[in-house]
Design a protein around this ligand. Structure first.
Ligand SMILES: Cc1cc2nc3c(=O)[nH]c(=O)nc-3n(C[C@H](O)[C@H](O)[C@H](O)COP(=O)(O)O)c2cc1C
Length: 356
């Protein structure tokens, strides 16, 4: 990576995957460490943890990993050391759920950029005050510092998928009239502050990746995301991760533009910023396509659940890993616990006895 000098052993990335295996207090469990170490052993260049909350008010699911307290450091160290020993680069994905962090888990009314009531949430959230926004940016910085102390190579700031940072970026969920809202500059100020706090608390060699959704129904558009990506390289971002869901299509908001999302980011950014692109990659040909579109690294999630050695095997001519649905026995063999298999039963068509 240009600024940090970190070099990654190959172009494969295990994308962040929530797996519900952490303890009640956010501490990593044996099962969660085991699942990630198997992927490091399986050859991934970068191994990213599940989304991990940086403050107790940001927890979105049961069994969610946390990086908000020093009690979490010993197990984080075990994971970081294990990933390093196996030759991979390690990132912790740090996030806050915002309006998607329910009171039933946090004991607090959910918070966001503005008052919002979204589909599927328990209650309307409240708008954060100016000082609370500053404090949360500091919590992101402190969490990153904790990850560095535990021995991770970097963090991935989760600005995608409709969680707090994305809620600030979206015109629909951020209707603020103060400095944290308005045009793209205002809506991205929270993310800018988060990056500033991380940079001020971590060393020069610590990798800072940012994951965004190029388009999202909270009011994030492709045009804004392309501009944002350019701005972020001036704010201390080392690596951009675009979460495409389907890396083979163009932007939904611009049906007349035939270019893939990856190609549009590459063309807008030039060659200065390394890009990870993720979404619907399964075999070697898919991965090569995404690289040819201009990504420096290819992220995968679902295929790596079923094939822990994907990264080692994907370079082989004609590699074509088996597709879902998978039996629970196969998934357990691949290092998933019963809890994780149960979670995967909710993903359409993934487990033979799960949701169809
Ligand atoms: C079980 C599961 C959990 C996920 N959890 C996260 C997460 O914690 N953070 C995140 O940014 N994306 C998460 N995602 C999205 C993936 O990182 C990835 O972007 C998406 O699955 C598309 O890639 P794929 O087609 O290779 O699965 C999750 C996906 C799956 C399947």
């Amino acid at each position: 990576m240009p600024r940090t000098g970190v070099s990654v052993r190959n172009r494969t990335v295990l994308a962040a995957m929530t797996n519900k295996q952490s303890e009640e207090d956010g501490t990593l469990s044996d099962d969660e460490i085991n699942w990630l170490l198997m992927r490091a052993e399986g050859g991934f260049g970068i191994v990213t943890t599940a989304a991990s909350h940086i403050h107790t008010s940001g927890k979105s699911w049961e069994g969610e990993m946390g990086v908000w307290g020093d009690h979490q450091i010993p197990r984080l160290k075990e994971l970081a050391e294990g990933i390093r020993l196996r030759g991979a680069t390690s990132l912790v994905q740090i996030f806050h759920g915002g309006l998607r962090a329910p009171r039933s888990l946090t004991g607090e009314k959910p918070v966001s950029a503005s008052t919002n009531l979204e589909k599927g949430v328990e209650e309307e959230c409240r708008e954060l005050s100016d000082s609370e926004i500053r404090e949360l940016a500091v919590s992101f910085g402190e969490a990153a510092e904790r990850c560095e102390r535990a021995g991770f190579d970097g963090v991935e700031v989760h600005g995608a998928h409709g969680y707090l940072i994305c809620q600030f970026l979206g015109t629909r969920t951020n209707r603020r009239e103060d400095r944290w809202g308005g045009g793209l500059e205002g809506r991205s100020l929270f993310l800018r502050e988060v990056l500033r706090e991380i940079r001020s608390r971590t060393s020069e060699g610590f990798l800072v990746c940012v994951r965004i959704s190029p388009e999202h129904d909270v009011g994030v558009t492709m045009a804004d995301s392309l501009d944002l990506a350019g701005m972020m390289s001036d704010w201390g971002m080392d690596l951009l991760h675009i979460s495409c869901w389907d890396a083979f299509t163009g932007a939904q908001g611009d049906p007349d533009d035939p270019r893939t999302i990856t190609r549009r980011f590459r063309e807008a950014l030039g060659n200065d910023v390394p890009i990870i692109s993720t979404g619907a990659v399964w075999d070697g040909e898919d991965a090569q396509f995404v690289l040819d579109e201009g990504a420096d690294l290819v992220g995968v999630a679902r295929v790596a659940i079923a094939h822990s050695n994907w990264a080692s095997e994907v370079g082989a001519e004609g590699y074509s890993p088996e597709r879902p649905p998978f039996t629970p026995e196969h998934l357990i063999e691949q290092g998933l616990s019963q809890t994780f298999v149960d979670y995967m039963r909710r993903w359409k068509g993934f487990v033979t006895d799960g949701r169809l």
